[in-house]
Design a protein around this ligand. Sequence first.
Ligand code: F6R
Length: 604
Amino acid sequence: MCGIVGYIGGKSATPILINGLRRLEYRGYDSAGIATISKGKTLICKKQGKVAELDKACADSGSTIGIGHTRWATHGEPSELNAHPHQVGDITIVHNGIIENYADLKVELEKIGYEFKTKTDTEVLAALIDNEYKTATDISHAVRTALNKVAGTFGLALLSQKDEDLIVVARRGSPLILGIGDDEYFIASDTSAVVGYVEKVIYLEDDQLAVVARDGYDVVDLNNKAQSVQLHDLDQDQVKAEKEGFEHFLIKEIHEQPQVIADTMRGRLLKDGEVRLGGLNLDDDELRDLKQIIIIGCGTAYYAGMLGKYLLERLTGIPVSVEIGSEFRYRDAALNPENTVALFLSQSGETADTLASLAEIKRRGIHSLGLVNVVGSTLAREVDGGIYLHAGPEISVASTKAYSAMLTAVMLFGLKVARLKGLARSEALEFAESMESLPNEIKQTLGVSDEAKRVASQVKDIEHTFYLGRSDLYPVALEGSLKLMEVSYIHAQGYPTGEMKHGPIALIDEGFLSVVLLPEDELLYAKSISNIEEIKARKGKVLSVSSRPQPEQSDYHLIVPKVSQWIEPLVINVALQLFAYHMAVAKGNDVDQPRNLAKSVTVE
Ligand code: F6R
C-alpha cells in the first residue's frame, strides 16, 4: 500500500528519495512521485507506473530536502495527476490513509476559492493546511489545526515553501517513523526504507506531529503538548532482500518456509515437548484457566486463523472463534472478557482493520497477543504480549511464508496451553515430533514444483475454479483459492467439499476446474472421492492434491508427503502455493506485485 519517504540533511535528496521508494515497492503501488525545494521553489516529479520510470523522469534537483510517495489508489484512478505529492499554494504533501470527511471539507474550501485538479482526498488536505496557514502562527500550528478538523487516517509528510528547511510529519492510524542520522533525518512509513542509512528510529504514535529541521526535531501532539519519544535500535538484519537466484520473491519465499518454520520454533519448542514463550505476559495459571480464544486477522492471516481454530480446538478443547478484522471492528460481538485471550495474526502488523479490532478488544478489557512478523510494527507495540514470527522480510505481495509461520506460532501456543490443561506428555511429545518434522516435510513438498508447473501449463486458460476441502483442509482450500486469485487473476472460490451439492455444483461444466484436497484420513478421503465423482459426472475437470496416489477419477494430481494429521494442512498448502505461482508465471503476470494489490493494507 502507499509508502512515504522523506529526507533532510546535507546530501542530495533526489537519489535518497528514489532509493527509499524502491525499497517500498514491495508494498504494491500504481504511481510514484517526489518533491524537493530549491531556492524557495517546490519541484515536483511524478509518474504513473514503476519507480524505475520515476527515476528516469526526475533529474537530481540538487536540493537537500524532499519527500516522496508510492501511491495505491483509493480516491481517484491511478494516474500521474492523482499521484502524490500534491501541492496547493505553499503546501506540498504526501499522505497515506483516507480523509473520510474530505467531501465536506472540499465544499467548504471551494466556497472560499480553492480549485481542485484531482479527485483525491490528499489534495483537499493540502488545501486545508494551506488555508489554515494563512492565519496560523507557524506551520506546526497550521497542520495541527487542519488535522483537528479531519476525520479518518493519515500518515503524512509535507513541505512548505515558506519554511524551506523543515519537513512536518504526522500520523493517525498509518505508520510513520523518523530515522535519526548524523546531522540528517529520514522519514518513512516502513523501516525497510531507512535500513543502512540510520541506526536509530522513532516510531511516531497516533496523533503525534513532528517538525523536523536540519538541526533537530520537535514532537508534539495535536494539541501542541510536548511529547517524549523513545529512540529504538533499528534491526539492520532486514538487509535489502534479494531474490538469491530465484526468478521471483514469491517462489523464493515459498522455498524459505522450511527455514522460517524452524526459526519460528527455535528456542521455543523444547526437547521434552514443553514450550517456552517468553512474551505472552500471561502466567501459567492464566493460561490454564483460558475458556475462550478469539483469533483476528485479514486475508491470508484470517485463513491462517481459521486453520488455527481447527488445530487449537482439537489440541486444547478450548472454544475458538475466528474473526475477520473488517467485520469484527464494526459488529457487536458477544464476548466474555473473563478467561479470554485474543490472538492477532498479521505479517505487517500495520493492517488497519486488524489494528481497529485490537482497539476494540482492548476496550473490552481482553488480553491481546500479537503473532506478528514485522518487529516494532504498530500491532507488535500495542498488544499486551505476543510471539514474533521470525519469518524475515516478506517482499512478495502474496503472503506465503508468514502464513506457515503464523500457524507454527499458533501450534506452539496451543501446545503450551494444552500441556497446562493436562495434555498427556506422550501426546505432547507426539505433537511436538510432528512440528519438528515440518521443515523437512515441507522441503520434500517443494519437490512437487515441476508437476505443479506442468499442470499449470495445461490449465492456465481456465477461467473459474473451486478449491474444495473437508475438515481442516477446508481453511486450506480457502487460502489456496485466495493465492490463485491474487497472482493469476483467475476466479477461485473455496468451499467445504460437502457443501458442493447444496448449490455451487450448479456451476460445474467442462470449463470449470475443481482443486480437491484429499486427506489421508480414510473416512474423509472416501467422502471426498464421492464428491469428485459428482464433479466428473458433470464433466468438470479435477486437480487432486493428496499424499495418496492419483485417484482414477481426477485429471491432474499433486502428490505430497504422507504426514501426521496435525501438519497435513500446512504441507498441502505449500503444493497450492506452488500451483498458484506457476499459474501466475504461465499467464505472464507480475508475480510479486499483482495488479490492484498492496502488501500492507493500511486503509479500510
Ligand atoms: C494475501 C495477503 C493479504 C494479507 C492481509 C493481511 O496473500 O497478503 O490477504 O494476508 O492483507 O495482512 P497482514 O498479515 O500484514 O495483516
